[in-house]
Ligand binder design. Structure first.
Ligand code: NAD
Length: 305
């Protein structure tokens, strides 16, 4: 198939591109390189440096004759979205809408949107949280992701099939430890630089950490599906920051210092998603347990330095 991957120079997108190419698909990566890196892009893919907000997007899709679109390009910084909600909406709502309209015009058959679980469900006492749980975004980032989910369902009717994947906290090789990155990338970077690990509050806040290869295998499985639906992609297991630091200590065998900082007000205390629906319908399972995924990620960070 001819497949367009927006955000294909980024962390998750570049792994997805590798997997699609290995299955024999033709891949066009569309990325403005605002946080992605050229070195992440598989040389067998075609690369177009362009923003999803660009009005010439439809020409790109038509020239490429895309059969399917994976949409991962995003302004993904929650703090930026709180400081500048308009900027966030310009990329995550209007840019995504621009892409969706172009895909419909170019007669794309399948649209897969990479969304978020934690930022959409917000604080909830129903754990692991399933897809039926009401949405309660706590940031413009989560709100914009939810908003585009609704646009996708509304505008694609009878025109193309779609899947929405709400990811838990993804980690793995190529995750950028700079800026507001995933905590695992930041911790590993600090450990390798002999810097202390900074934990906000007591460290008992939990997340559902899913390894990037498991996210990619889920994303590949929905490509052929004609059932339009929303799925959580997660391990359905809660890990606290203290659990994370403890496992990293065992894997790295390093005696790093942990500094507790002031808790962040408004931070979600516990987050864990139920992936039962996806597991049942697609015979999928997150195959990397926490220790295995972290060991692989640590090895990659070691080679990177
Ligand atoms: P990333 O920053 O590594 O990848 C995002 C990519 O999008 C980058 O390559 C960036 O250059 C590109 N991009 C940003 N704005 C663009 C624009 N206007 N036009 C074209 N390209 C643009 O981040 P990631 O962690 O790989 O996230 C990928 C997707 O997964 C995002 O949509 C994010 O919201 C979603 N997601 C990620 C996580 C996670 O834990 N990493 C969790 C849930 C959802």
């Amino acid at each position: 198939m001819q497949i367009l991957v927006t955000g294909g120079a980024g962390f998750i997108g570049s792994h997805l591109v590798d997997a699609l190419l290995s299955q024999g698909h033709q891949v066009l990566v569309l990325d403005d390189l605002s946080s992605g890196k050229v070195e992440n892009i598989n040389s067998a893919a075609t690369f177009k440096q362009m923003s999803i907000t660009d009005e010439n997007l439809v020409t790109v899709l038509m020239d490429f004759q895309a059969d399917a679109v994976y949409h991962l390009a995003a302004q993904k910084n929650v703090r930026t979205s709180l400081q500048n909600p308009k900027f966030d909406a310009e990329i995550n709502i209007l840019g995504s809408l621009n892409l969706l309209q172009a895909a419909i015009e170019a007669k794309v058959k399948k649209f897969i949107f990479i969304s978020t679980g934690g930022a959409i469900y917000g604080e909830t006492s129903s754990l692991p949280t399933d897809e039926k749980h009401f949405e309660q975004p706590l940031s413009p980032y989560g709100l914009a992701k939810l908003c585009f989910e609704k646009y996708l369902q509304l505008l694609s009717q009878d025109k193309m099939s779609w899947s929405i994947l709400r990811l838990a906290n993804v980690y793995g090789p190529r995750q950028d430890p700079q800026g507001e990155a995933g905590v695992i990338a930041i911790f590993l970077d600090n450990i390798l630089k002999d810097l202390p690990l900074k934990i906000n509050g007591d460290g008992k806040q939990t997340r559902d950490y899913v390894y990037v290869a498991d996210v990619v295998s889920a994303a590949i499985k929905v490509l052929a599906s004609e059932k339009n639906d929303i799925y959580n992609i997660a391990t359905s297991t809660e890990k606290s920051l203290l659990d994370l630091a403890d496992t990293l200590q065992k894997i790295t065998q390093k005696d790093f210092e942990i500094i507790h900082q002031e808790a962040i007000s408004g931070e979600v205390r516990r987050s864990c998603l139920s992936a039962e629906k996806f597991q049942t319908q697609f015979s999928w399972q997150a195959e990397h347990d926490f220790t295995t995924g972290l060991s692989l990620t640590y090895k990659w960070f070691q080679t990177r330095l």
